[in-house]
Design a protein around this ligand. Structure first.
Ligand SMILES: *Cc1c(COP(=O)(O)O)cnc(C)c1O
Length: 428
């Protein structure tokens, strides 16, 4: 029994849950040590890049108006590029979220008549409208960009024959989603992504390979840009913002492709020369500095979730002893009631809005009801502890984030308690 148990009891966690959790934790020494080692390596990698970019106090200055000669903004972009082994980067508060960053990278680099290919099955829900899989105003489809998809094989691996068949002279850009998103397929390792990119380039040397890196940054010791990705895209209210960035997105990669993104974000002829930093640079730099440790905490929370729910007999993706490629933990709870109880627990453990009860709701960009638990400092931030999932079979809840491991742990304890209180689990 540990020191914090008295206060956990005061918060309503029962001895049954505490004993169960202690038993689970005792089995996690090895995966936690592995997580710490990766975080340490990534912390050094970020520091080396910050030192090479000679980050200093003037880089935190706010800019106004057009944002001409915004050295802090420009150096932040050099920092991302240096850290991720890319030629160039666009890191902006004007990129409003991950979906926006992906839409920007796609619309900047696909022209009428081009085809976009996903060789890893269906993309993240919100991209369906970006691409035009579901009809939508302003979609790529409206602009005459077509879409093709090669599904994964039943075991979750790449279907190389189908991918080869899908690549033709109009295939301009290949989008690879690293994280499973709202699916229960496995997420891909950076190594697997590297192999897939090499295969696609073998089929068509000039095809652009883009990786949706949302939730993946700093989970491994390398990023997709270090294994051949031409473009890599993510959100600053996920991993690389370290919980401090209040908004923003990034795109890293080949300079010619990033320049096109800048011209699409602002205007042709203006490109990356304009764009105020909104006074957010300190949070961007400091969040990036903290990100490796924050991601390590989130990964520990995910491993602990997997171990607890696996022991209770639920299907979890990935398993507690599997190597991680993103911060997402899927738990198939099998019913709407269990999803709601789980999310109630996460919400009750939050530093903000702990007193509210999450309810399923229709969300823009998603085609079924979604339940979300989040008590975050930054609205919608999913590097902060959160849980969500579409209310549809297999009733999987997606657990992610945790700025500190201790908070993530408390969230899991609370989720177990709520399920226990509602008679929806039995602790063994
Ligand atoms: C979160 C996410 C997105 C979309 O990001 P938003 O910031 O929610 O718009 C896209 N792809 C993946 C894999 C994600 O996890």
């Amino acid at each position: 029994m540990n020191e914090s148990n008295a206060i956990y009891r005061e918060m309503g966690i029962s001895d049954a849950v505490l004993t169960f959790a202690d038993g689970v934790l005792a089995t996690l020494t090895a995966p936690f040590a592995r997580t710490d080692a990766i975080a340490e390596g990534n912390q050094a990698k970020v520091l080396l890049a910050m030192q090479r970019c000679r980050v200093n106090a003037t880089h935190f200055n706010p800019s106004t108006g057009y944002g001409y000669d915004d050295e802090g903004r420009d150096n932040l972009e050099r920092l991302y590029a240096a850290c991720f082994g890319a030629e160039s980067a666009l890191v902006r508060p004007q990129i409003t979220c991950g979906t926006h960053a992906l839409a920007l990278a796609l619309s900047a680099n696909l022209l009428p008549g081009d085809e976009l290919l996903s060789p890893v099955g269906a993309p993240y829900d919100t991209l369906e409208e970006v691409i035009g899989i579901r009809p939508s105003t302003g979609s790529l489809r409206e602009y005459g960009v077509t879409y093709a998809q090669a599904d994964l094989r039943p075991d979750g691996t790449f279907d190389y024959d189908a991918i080869r068949r899908a690549i033709h002279e109009r295939t301009k850009l290949i989008t690879i989603q690293r994280s499973k998103g709202y699916a229960t397929r496995p997420s891909f390792s950076v190594e697997e992504i590297g192999r897939l990119i090499a295969f696609c380039k073998q089929c068509k040397p000039d095809v652009i390979c883009m990786v949706d890196n949302c939730y993946g940054e700093f989970v491994e010791d390398r990023e997709p840009t270090e294994v051949g990705a031409d473009l890599m895209v993510g959100s600053l209210i996920k991993n690389p913002g370290g919980g401090l960035a209040p908004t923003g997105g990034y795109i890293c990669g080949r300079k010619d492709l990033i320049d096109r993104c800048a011209c699409r974000l602002t205007a042709p002829g203006l490109g990356r020369e304009v764009g105020v930093n909104m006074g957010l640079l300190t949070s961007f730099y400091q969040g990036f500095f903290l990100a490796p440790a924050v991601v390590g905490s989130a990964v520990k929370g995910a491993i602990f979730t997997a171990a607890c729910y696996q022991r209770l007999g639920f299907r979890v993706v990935p398993g507690s002893d599997e190597v991680r490629h993103d911060i997402i933990q899927a738990v198939e709870l099998g019913s709407r009631e269990r999803m709601c109880a789980f999310c109630k627990g996460i919400q009750a453990a939050a530093p903000v809005d702990s007193y509210v009860t999450p309810e399923p709701w229709a969300m823009p960009g998603y085609d079924s009801e979604v339940i979300m638990a989040a008590g975050a400092f930054n609205q919608g931030s999913s590097i902060e502890l959160s849980a969500d999932g579409p209310i549809r079979p297999p009733y999987a809840v997606y657990f992610q984030g945790g700025l500190t491991w201790y908070h993530a742990k408390l969230g899991v304890l609370m989720s177990l308690q709520k399920l226990l209180d509602a008679g929806l689990i039995e602790l063994k």
